[in-house]
Design a protein around this ligand. Sequence first.
Ligand SMILES: [Zn+2]
Length: 420
Amino acid sequence: MRRLLKVCAALLVLFALTQAPFVYRRRHLSRLDAAIRSLNAQRAATDDAGLADYPGALHVHSSLGGHSTGTLAEVVAGARAAHLAFVVMTEHPSAYTDTRAATLSGTHDGVLFVPGTESSESERDRLLAFGGSDTPGGSSSMQPAAQSQPAALPADANAAPTQSLIDRAKAAGQLVFVAHPETFEGWQTARGFDGMEVYNLHADAKNARPLTLFFDGLWSYRSFPDLLWTRFHQTPTENLRRWDELTAVGRRVVAVAGNDAHANVGVSLQDLTGRSIFQIKLDPYERSFRVVRTHVLAPRGQAFDADALLAALSAGHAYVAFDLLSDATGFRFTASNGAEQKILGDEIALVSGVRLRVAAPVESRVVLVRDGRRVDEKVARGAEWAVGERGVYRVECYLPQLPAPLGATPWIISNPIYVR
Ligand SMILES: [Zn+2]
C-alpha cells in the first residue's frame, strides 16, 4: 500500500513538473493578451491619403472542394465576426460539380465574396485563380476576350502543367496567385502570375508540435483560444526572400496572405445520424480570419465591388497584417516626387528624389527594405525617408511592445513601391 502511494506521489510530481512549462506559457499568453489590448486602446487615426481600407481574406475553402467541413453559412458568419470587407473563395476543383459556380459570390451580410479556384492538392505548384469573366459584378475592364473563355482551373486542373494553368486563367481575365510558396517549384519558369502568398496560415500551423499544442490547449484554450496561434507562428522568412528575389529582377509580384481557411481541424463525436454530441473546432473560420488579413486600399467614396477589389489587388494596393497582434487598419505607405503622389504597389519616377512616407495607427518599428535588403529603421507612428536611388522599396512594421518572440515577427508587410 505504501509502495503504491509512493508511486502515485512520484507520478503526481512528474506530472506537475511536465506541466510547469505550460502553466508558465499560459501566464505568458495572459501578458500578451494585456499588451494587445493596450495597443488596440492606443490606436489613432492616420492621414488616409484619400483611400479607404478594406480588410479581407483570400484562399478560403468550404466543404464544396473536399477536405473541409465548413458550410457556406459558416464562412459568411465567420467573415462578419472578423469584420472582413471581402473574401476570395478558392474551392478545389471536383470531377462532379463546378465548385467555383457553386461557392459564394456577390454580397452576403455586407461582405463581398469573389468566387475562385485552387488547383488540386496533388499538384506541387498550387495556384489560386479568381475573378474574371463570370464574376458577378465584374465588368469588361478586367476581362479581355473573356466572354467565350471557359472558367480557368477546371476539373482537370490536376493534370495541367503550371504554365498552361496560368495562361488559361489569364485568358479568362482572372487574377492568378501562387499559393503555398513553400512547395512551389515553378519560380524559374512560371510567367504571368499576378502575385503570391508571402504567408500561408495553414503552412504556418504545420510548425506546431502536436503534443506541445495539446498541453498548451489544455491550459490556455479556454481563456486565449485565438492566441494559441502565437505558440507555433514563425516569420515566413523564406517566402519573403523568394518574393524579394522576384521583384528585385524587375518583376511585379503582389504579396497577399493566404488564410487557407478550412475549418477542418478538431475533434468531434457524432451519433450514427451525424448529429454532433461533442465537438471542439480549433480553426473555425472566424479565428482563421482574425489572425491575418490582407488589407486592400481603394479610393474613398467609390463603390467597393468585385471590380474595385480585383483592380486594387492587381495593382498591389494592398498590405498583409497580423491583425490579431493589433488592428493595422489605417496603415499607409505612399511616395511623392514633387510631381505626383503614389501608393504601395505603384511605380514612381525617381526624377530628383522620392519621399517615402509610412503611417501606422500605433507606434511600431518601421523597417525599410530596398531590393530585399534592410536599409534603415525607425521607431515611430509615422516614418519618412528621402531616397535618391532606384529600387523596389517595401516596409515591414514590428511591435516591440509585445513580449518576445512576437515583438520580433512582422506585424505588417507592405507591398512595394517601385522607384524607377
Ligand atoms: Zn487551400
